[in-house]
Write a protein that binds this ligand. Structure first.
Ligand SMILES: Nc1ncnc2c1ncn2[C@@H]1O[C@H](COP(=O)(O)OP(=O)(O)OP(=O)(O)O)[C@@H](O)[C@H]1O
Ligand SMILES: [Mg+2]
Length: 250
């Protein structure tokens, strides 16, 4: 029996002015899959992740998340239980302490009043401390988030995701500003946690090496089209060369 379909895209099109960012993209993702989205700069990776995260509307095509159309997730609370996102700019509030940014991951699970209260009384502090320990930042609990380095902020965003526990994790270049050791550490953590929690992950990456090492399926975009969609161990150097080669002059 086939596994549960978590995401189904059917002929998704997105155009900015005259630039076609995604041209008729179709694929399906099963629950628990670990997918790396690869492809050259401008291929459409961020556009696709934003559409999957319901923060950007496609021009046409159909998108089902856990069997329901995107409109079902218009409510932010409903969406946050299902989908968690790490963006290229991590959506952290710079003026707030680290602990509050991480706690924001729980908002979808809280009542309105509890959410309001949490701005003054840090709740579920233990789980935040645990999440920050897991990303190696427990000593920064009360530091103002804007004073952290880019890589540290990336880890705060990951800690927030650990707290949010969404079924689907979307990550746009989650390790872009990390040194290689920390990048591998974060990717190892992301994939291990996803397996433990049976989460579905789609992450865009510029490193093919990391994509192959930490993900099971590679989806390659080029000029808004799907160039290949293969299990990680079937991606050949020839395909990668075709994916990243510079456009011939026309
Ligand atoms: N807001 C926008 N307005 C106009 N064009 C846009 C906009 N956002 C993206 N584009 C264009 O759409 C195409 C796809 O962009 P996108 O950001 O999805 O690429 P990407 O694969 O994420 O690239 P990168 O690896 O550099 O992050 C690019 O040609 C880009 O210039
Ligand atoms: Mg991008």
């Amino acid at each position: 029996m086939s596994r549960e379909k978590m995401i189904v895209l059917n002929q998704i099109v997105k155009q900015y002015d005259r630039k076609i960012a995604l041209s008729s993209l179709s694929f399906a993702v099963e629950k628990g899959e670990l997918i790396a989205l690869i492809g050259p700069s401008g291929a459409g990776k961020t556009t696709l992740l934003n559409i999957l995260g319901a923060t950007l509307q496609p021009d046409s095509g159909e998108l089902l998340i856990d069997g329901k159309p995107l409109q079902h997730y218009a409510n932010q609370k409903i969406r946050a239980k299902k989908i968690g996102m790490i963006r290229q700019q991590f959506d952290l509030v710079g003026q707030l302490a680290v602990i509050h940014n991480v706690l924001a991951g729980r908002l979808a699970h809280w009542s309105f009043f509890k959410s309001l209260l949490s701005l003054f009384v840090p709740q579920e502090k233990q789980s935040v401390i645990k999440a920050l320990e897991r990303v190696g930042l427990s000593e920064k609990l009360y530091e103002r988030t804007s004073t952290l380095s880019g890589g540290e902020q990336q880890r705060v965003a990951l800690a927030r995701l650990l707290i949010q526990k969404p079924e689907i994790v979307l990550a746009d270049e989650p390790v872009a500003s990390l040194d290689p050791a920390r990048a591998e550490d974060i990717l190892g953590m992301l994939s291990r946690l996803a397996v433990e929690e049976n989460q579905t992950v789609i992450a865009s990456l510029h490193s093919v090496e990391y994509a192959k090492k930490y993900f099971t399926r590679l989806i390659a975009l080029k000029n808004g089209e799907l160039l290949f969609d293969l299990p990680a161990d079937q991606v050949t150097d020839k395909l990668l060369k075709e994916l990243y080669q510079l456009k011939e002059l026309d």
